[in-house]
Design a protein around this ligand. Structure first.
Ligand code: ATP
Ligand code: MG
Length: 286
């Protein structure tokens, strides 16, 4: 399996209908993926420590998926290797009245990670070109007529690209994941939520009923990915029918990106070296 196959930088198109959500034809098995995943988590720990110490680059990880797509599990998995001080997870649900009184990026912009930190967005401003597009939510929003035009989503793709370019040019690395599950696998996971008592709380009737719009969502995802894949903010489409594979995949991508950032501990200045030597002497003579 080559990661490159699953990355979209804007050169090749993403076709959701021909995408293999099961990740068939793997050259390794679950056992091996778990092993590599574990090693990746250890590598992440080391790299994050340097990222934090250096405080030079911020990392923004965006997670998007249909319900039961596996975002939560993947986030838990990634978090297991990170120092809580340097990472923040933010979930974006249905916007509140206050949030709706602002532009759609506002609530996300407020939660962006500072340099040295990793921010994980569980859903994001992309919802406004996904669920927002499937249901044309803008029509019911309190916006001037000049904003409610037929090309509103094309404008939003451009706005998102510009926003991400701005972030990139100001020191933020952006990693976008789409956990691509099949409709059949979603049904299997919903059924599990029904059958297993401890999972009942996860089920909502609106999520189940949203399956009626599956094709529209797939089209919206395909278009959003094709219109917002760039060099500076690529989309990674994760074959997500196998949870163990999706988690392995995410850890692999994050380690790759952190390696590419290549964070280093700050060089100790001569002045600080002197101070450290003095501290040593002081403690030894205490
Ligand atoms: P998840 O489904 O991500 O695991 P959850 O089930 O705990 O989380 P929900 O209460 O279902 O969270 O909130 C997510 C819901 O909010 C989704 O149905 C999503 O489409 C919706 N949502 C998020 N952002 C927006 C938005 N900008 N406009 C409309 N709906 C949105
Ligand atoms: Mg939900």
């Amino acid at each position: 399996m080559k990661l490159e196959e699953y990355v979209y930088y804007g050169q090749k198109g993403f076709n959701i209908n021909s995408f293999d959500t099961k990740a068939e034809n793997l050259t390794f098995d679950k056992e091996m993926a778990l092993q590599i995943g574990k090693l990746n988590i250890e590598k992440m720990e080391v790299l994050q420590d340097r990222l934090y110490a250096q405080g030079k680059e911020a990392v923004l990880i965006i997670m998007q998926a249909m319900d039961a797509g596996g975002k939560d599990g993947a986030i838990k998995h990634v978090m297991s290797g990170l120092n809580p001080q340097g990472v923040e997870v933010k979930s974006f649900k249905k916007p509140s009245q206050r949030e709706l009184a602002h532009d759609y990026i506002w609530r996300c912009a407020k939660e962006l990670p500072e340099r040295g930190k990793i921010g994980i967005f569980n859903r994001s401003y992309y919802e406004d070109v996904l669920v927002g597009k499937v249901h044309n939510l803008y029509k019911g929003q309190n916006l001037p007529d000049r904003c409610k035009t037929d090309d509103i989503f094309d404008k939003r793709y451009e706005q998102i690209k510009n926003f991400e370019k701005y972030l990139w040019e100001n020191g933020t690395r952006i990693i976008k994941f789409f956990f691509n599950i099949s409709k059949k696998e979603q049904k299997r996971r919903f059924m599990k939520r029904i059958e297993e008592k401890n999972k009942n709380w996860k089920l909502s009737d609106s999520d189940v009923k949203e399956r009626r719009y599956w094709e529209d969502y797939m089209k919206a995802y395909e278009e959003a990915i094709n219109k917002t894949s760039t060099n500076y903010a690529p989309w990674y489409v994760v074959p997500a029918d196998k949870k163990w594979f999706a988690r392995y995949f995410v850890s692999e991508v994050i380690v790759n990106v952190l390696n590419d950032i290549d964070p280093r501990y700050p060089v100790v200045s001569e002045k600080n070296k002197k101070m450290i030597a003095e501290c040593k002497k002081y403690l030894e003579n205490e």
